[in-house]
Write a protein that binds this ligand. Structure first.
Ligand SMILES: [Zn+2]
Length: 357
């Protein structure tokens, strides 16, 4: 095919909307006098339940935590400042983006963001194994340390705790030991006042705990989210829980070549970032707007070049795949996305095939 050829988006077998409505941006008001439109509208448009009397709680998330950092739009920052604290108990290496801390030692983390009106907001902290080949494995407490009197397993089995007492208002623990795909996380409700917020955490297992972390490298994923699981920011910080934080930090920085070469190495998490993220995709809407779950039919628009169109469609596929990962608890949304992804991939294949003829 010539690169001068024009391509039309294929027809997708979803909700029928008048082209006029799409062109005018009137996406939420399909013509409900039409029986076919009415039926598809009822079938696909998910309307969140109105629950004004029930206090909001953080959303339950199932499956391995997403690791892709998200910072743009809301400038979510996670900062650990160990300069002014007892240097024996915890230290932060900015070169390695990693905290070194003793077991049961509180360490303070500062969170900041911009331009989010949604309330309540939570920071979810989830400990994961750093290595990608361990990503499917859940971090849980070792057999020795898990024997304590706390009856709530989502707290008892988590290697990470809020420094606040168990039961403190605004601190939640998620994770179900009976479900292997249920990760343990600590959620802390944040005052969304525009000021940065500090919260202290502590580890209740060490890296060396056999049967638990068992000497594997770990990291904490901090996610800024609302009560519906919409994610506004995500950052990952390496962690090592050990008796001699200073010794281990110096050893790690040494072996990373920080001192040998005199140059600052690229932190491990940034290396991963560049490998896994070729195109920066933001699935989170701007500001406080609700997560858009509406099914939208592509209008009949034209673009020049098959490569341009397939790249555009591939971007849509990746955004919806991220949406599926971020909202795995919303079965209607996941089903809609999955159907769209399948159709889009088929269309991409069709156009790539046609282009190679
Ligand atoms: Zn332990």
């Amino acid at each position: 095919m010539s690169s001068q050829a024009q391509f039309s988006f294929p027809d997708f077998p979803f909700q029928e909307l008048d082209t006029i409505q799409i062109m005018t941006g009137d996406m939420n008001s399909p013509n409900l006098d039409d029986d076919v439109t009415l039926e598809s509208h009822m079938q696909f448009n998910y309307i969140p339940p109105d629950v004004p009397d029930i206090p909001l709680q953080p959303a339950l998330i199932i499956g391995p935590p997403v690791r892709t950092p998200i910072q743009n739009n809301h400038n979510f920052k996670v900062e650990i400042n160990s300069a002014d604290v007892n240097r024996k108990k915890y230290l932060y290496s900015s070169q390695l983006n990693k905290i070194y801390v003793d077991i049961n030692c509180n360490f303070a983390v500062q969170f900041s963001w911009e331009g989010i009106i949604a309330k309540p907001l939570y920071v979810r902290a989830t400990v994961v194994f750093s290595d990608e080949d361990q990503a499917e494995k859940r971090v849980e407490r070792c057999i020795q340390h898990r024997h304590e009197s706390i009856t709530d397993d989502s707290i008892r089995m988590n290697v990470l705790r809020s420094s606040r007492e168990v039961g403190t208002q605004g601190v939640f623990y998620h994770g179900d030991p009976s479900r292997a795909d249920s990760w343990y996380s600590v959620l802390v409700e944040m005052n969304n006042t525009g000021q940065s917020t500090i919260h202290a955490y502590k580890f209740v297992c060490k890296n060396s705990c056999s049967s638990g972390i068992n000497r594997r490298a770990i990291a904490i994923i901090f996610t800024l989210e609302d009560a519906f699981g919409n994610v506004y920011g995500r950052e990952m910080t390496g962690a090592r829980v050990c008796s001699c934080p200073r010794r281990d930090l110096l050893k790690d920085e040494e072996s990373e070549g920080v001192f040998k070469s005199g140059k600052k190495r690229v932190p491990a998490n940034q290396i991963n970032k560049s490998k896994t993220k070729k195109i920066k995709i933001e699935v989170v809407p701007n500001g406080q707007a609700a997560f858009d779950t509406n099914l939208i039919t592509l209008p009949q628009l034209q673009v020049v070049g098959a490569n341009v169109m397939t790249a555009g469609l591939e971007m849509m596929v990746r955004m919806m795949e991220q949406g599926i990962a971020a909202r795995s608890d919303d079965s209607q949304y996941v089903a809609n996305c999955s159907a769209c992804v399948t159709s889009l991939k088929a269309a991409i294949q069709q156009y790539k095939h046609a282009d190679s003829q």
